[in-house]
Design a protein around this ligand. Structure first.
Ligand SMILES: NCc1[nH]cc(CCC(=O)O)c1CC(=O)O
Length: 313
């Protein structure tokens, strides 16, 4: 092991300040402590406010640009104000800035979406015309495709805000990631998990990724000890798929890779935002070929999409 960190010179872990982000930063720190026999004081959690956190009164797409929730954190990494950054990979652009790399993925949590409702136990039990809250373009499109009768309303904000809206009767059901609920210790609010066959999750859902400076050999060695191989193989395939589709936050895209020994199965799906068309496919191959499978599947779906499929501005 290269130089050990000491309390005078702690490893600085950058994160957003939301409850979920903090839980993820703590999980990363705890795994590093266990892997390297370090105490908590060898680390410092540094909370960084991003543009996405700051601007609460305008739609995110109006403020514009990818990386609304990550740019300030990446700037702090590059400026050596922090040493590692912990992210929900689901929210990460597929390209990192020059000088930064993400090659450490923690063991993946439940990838599925949770169905949340006080009155109903599952999507199939929702009555005709029921009102469902979600701001996720993907979940809205998938739901509209399956149940065109449902009425969809916007549901912004953190988990507490959304649960409050349910309580107030703004909608009878909503969806959240099982992973987020688990990490917040709030799995009890889920009535059940939605099977990926019914609602294919977002690319990298449930996966925590750790970003660092490319030339920081000490941090690279430390992170190597906590990086999960299966997560890395799966998320690499899913993100290659997303990258080739040039996925933006305006693009309903879903993707999930699963491993069975050395065999990787990648499913992908693109939708029209109103759910009127769903183009889906899959690849099965050796786990090491995930990136090529992702690119290839994306190209197939693109090829099958009508000319106007991607202009939904
Ligand atoms: N876009 C917000 C976001 N980013 C990551 C998660 C959940 C945790 C995860 O998927 O890793 C969530 C909340 C949600 O979708 O309910």
């Amino acid at each position: 092991m290269t130089q050990m960190p000491d309390p005078q010179n702690p490893i600085r872990i950058g994160t957003r300040g939301s409850a979920l982000a903090l839980a993820q930063a703590h999980e990363t720190r705890d795994r590093l402590m266990a892997a390297h026999g370090l105490a908590a004081d060898a680390f410092q959690i540094v909370v960084i406010k991003t543009t996405g956190d700051r601007v609460l009164d305008r739609p995110l797409k109006e403020i514009g640009g990818k990386g609304l929730f990550t740019r300030e954190i990446e700037d702090a990494l590059l400026a050596q104000q922090i040493d590692i950054a912990v992210h929900s990979m689901k929210d990460m652009p597929t390209l990192q800035p020059d000088g930064l790399v993400i090659d450490c993925y923690l063991p993946r949590e439940d990838v599925r979406d949770a169905f949340v409702s006080a009155q109903f136990a599952a999507i199939s039990e929702l009555p005709q015309g029921a009102v469902v809250g979600s701001s996720s373009l993907r979940r809205r499109a998938q739901l509209a495709a399956r149940r065109p009768d449902l009425k969809l309303v916007e549901f912004r904000g953190n988990v507490q805000t959304r649960l409050k809206k349910l309580e107030e009767g703004v909608a009878v059901a909503t969806f959240l990631a099982m992973a987020g609920l688990t990490r917040l210790g709030m799995l009890h609010v889920a009535r059940g998990a939605v099977a990926p066959d019914e609602m294919l999750p977002a690319v990298a859902q449930g996966c925590i990724g750790v970003e660092r400076r490319s030339d920081d050999a000490r941090i690279a060695a430390m992170l190597g000890a906590i990086s999960d191989r299966d997560s890395a193989l799966r998320v690499t395939a899913e993100r290659a798929f997303l990258a080739r589709l040039d996925g933006s936050c305006q693009t309903p895209i879903a993707g999930l890779a699963e491993l069975d020994g050395d065999r990787l199965r990648l499913r992908g799906e693109i939708l029209r935002p109103d759910g009127s068309e769903v183009i889906a496919g899959e690849r099965i191959g050796p786990a090491a070929d995930g990136a090529a499978m992702g690119t290839d599947l994306a190209e197939e779906l693109r090829g099958r999409a009508p000319a106007d499929f991607f202009d939904w501005s």
